[in-house]
Design a protein around this ligand. Structure first.
Ligand code: PXG
Length: 293
């Protein structure tokens, strides 16, 4: 594979030279924010929604992004163009920047912007056809009172500890509950169930990220006339659901067929999930911000 051209603070550098300082607070403290964005068929999917969320994350952590939205949009598109990609995945990061060894951000005069355009495959292709296996993690999703799960921050240890549990259990994904025991989300995806034709997902207040793909599923259901709502879910609801699926930019829409070794429904991807996946794929190929012109 030819080395990637990485954007760092206005410059394009080959990946071997694209480096950050050991004094960057993104590295020292996980102090920063990010977005993962997909592009398909020469168009960036849900680009404006991702940029909006990036600016909201920045505001939530009092981080000044050192460029305008227009400049960020153009830098992102230019990074994709320079790498000659038509289909792929963008990682957009804004770190607090270089400071000293104290944690106070007031010693970091300027945030750093990094844009990587590459490809990603989170799960093997056959999982989209056969479905994923989940386990419930004992690591609870961070309380909004400690750190809002709505901030897409560089500090992912909460999710990573849960992911390690899922890996150790030999599962594809880990289900994370909030402190009250309600379903929040998975380690890197939002979760939906289908019961008697009704689609439901936990509210954001249960400790979920305001997923962009999650919102696309709401739009798809409205289009298809499939009823959808937000409601608090327990593991009981997942165990007894007819169908389950997960959503994320990297994961896309993927069926989940087991929780804690118990089959969900008949243990196969269900018809409502498959219709939503089909419509999602159509949207990814036919909508988005053109990369060239
Ligand atoms: N919840 C969490 C905690 C996430 O990190 C989503 C939901 C889905 O949101 P979007 O907006 O993408 O539909 C995410 C996004 C990984 C990985 O390796 C996952 C994400 C980001 C980066 C890496 O699993 N998830």
């Amino acid at each position: 594979m030819t080395p990637l051209q990485i954007y760092i603070d206005g410059a394009f550098l080959p990946e071997s030279e694209a480096k950050v300082s050991v004094f960057d607070h993104g590295l020292l403290y996980g102090d920063g924010i990010f977005e993962g964005i997909r592009f398909y068929n020469g168009r960036v999917f849900q680009f404006e929604q991702h940029l909006d969320r990036l600016w909201d994350s920045a505001k939530a952590i009092c981080l000044k992004i050192p460029m305008t939205v227009e400049e960020m949009r153009e830098a992102t598109l230019e990074t994709i163009r320079r790498n000659g990609l038509e289909d792929g995945y963008i990682r957009l990061l804004v770190t607090r920047g270089v400071g000293n060894l104290g944690l106070s951000p007031d010693r970091c005069p300027k945030a750093s912007v990094i844009i990587i355009a590459s490809t990603i495959q989170l799960y093997p292709a056959e999982k989209y056809a056969v479905g994923m296996e989940m386990v419930t993690c004992s690591t609870r999703r961070c309380s909004p009172a400690a750190l809002s799960p709505a901030v897409k921050s560089l500090n992912y240890l909460n999710n990573i500890m849960a992911k390690i549990e899922a890996n150790h259990a030999g599962a594809d994904e880990g289900l994370m509950l909030n402190e009250e025991g309600y379903v929040a989300e998975c380690t890197g995806d939002n979760i939906f169930i289908v019961n008697r034709g009704q689609v439901s997902t936990p509210p954001i207040s249960a400790g979920a990220l305001r997923g962009i793909t999650r919102q696309v599923v709401f739009d798809i259901c409205a289009d298809l006339g499939v009823p959808i709502c937000e409601e608090n879910l327990t593991r009981y609801d997942v165990y007894t659901a007819d169908e389950c699926f997960l959503t994320g930019t990297a994961a896309e829409v993927i069926p989940a067929i087991r929780l804690d070794t118990r089959p969900i429904g008949d243990g196969k991807p269900g018809p409502v999930s498959l219709r939503i996946i089909e419509r999602f794929r159509e949207l990814t190929r036919s909508t988005g911000t053109p990369i060239r012109g």
